[in-house]
Design a protein around this ligand. Sequence first.
Ligand SMILES: C[S@@+](CC[C@H](N)C(=O)[O-])C[C@H]1O[C@@H](n2cnc3c(N)ncnc32)[C@H](O)[C@@H]1O
Length: 286
Amino acid sequence: MSVRSLCIKIRKIHGERTLVLITKLGIINRELKIQPNKNHISIPLVRSPNEIELGKLKAELLHFELETKVFAKKKTQGKTLHQVLEDQLPSNLLASLPRALDIIGDIAVIDIPLELKTHKQVIGEALLKTHKNVQTVLAKIGAVSGIYRLREIEQIAGIKKTTTTHKEHGCQYQVDVATAYFSPRLSHEHNRVASLVQKGETVVDLFAGVGPFSVLIAKKNADAKVYAIDINPEAVEFLKKNIRLNRVDNRVIPILGDARQAVEDKLLGVADRVIMNLPEKAIEFV
Ligand SMILES: C[S@@+](CC[C@H](N)C(=O)[O-])C[C@H]1O[C@@H](n2cnc3c(N)ncnc32)[C@H](O)[C@@H]1O
């Protein structure tokens, strides 16, 4: 959309200086796009400069013109969670709003602090407004625990579901966040580790989950072979789906069971690299 607006026209070489000055004076119109011409630029203004402001403009910029022109509107930025909730939450609670959020496919997983628990539905609805790609908002209940490394979650807004497809480094992962571990926060680590694998290597991923290391390694290295083990049957079902989905069949071999047992049974001495993504416990498997 475009609108007619008063503007200041100056030579391009004075553009930077003019921007600084009219920003200081508070008369720049940030909702409209600056218009470049051949040797000049036209910067939209929110109003005519008053006499004092005009004096400053004249003192600092030798040549400029004030005129009216048609400008394109800038795309408006979506509102933040804080902005959406400004009128709906007591102001003392706004400061407690969580800043971090895990987005897995079209599911958002949020940690709601105790003092905001009674407002969880309102917060969930607000998140659906600020994150257009999110269909479901889940709240964490407690920490990750148990051998499967899962946490309890509850749906607080949107569609009632826990299964989604997450995209990461060109791969797709189907996951049920209620029954199998997956963390988008490990995205960089998945890629870093996968990038270390060399041509023709065999990798054993002892605690593979739904496959974010194993699948990516096979995807990046056409001749790498990965044995992907997990003790959680649900995780291994998703791992199998993700192997097919990403077309790395035959090169990622899913194994359901205890990592120690699987290695003892058939994998002793096969690995060029071993991935042990089980914080605190991994050392027991060395
Ligand atoms: C922290 S998760 C990591 C999953 C995956 N590597 C990732 O990045 O998403 C650890 C995984 O280890 C699995 N696990 C725990 N103990 C195991 C064991 N003894 N043998 C095989 N897998 C195990 C859990 O089921 C869980 O999926």
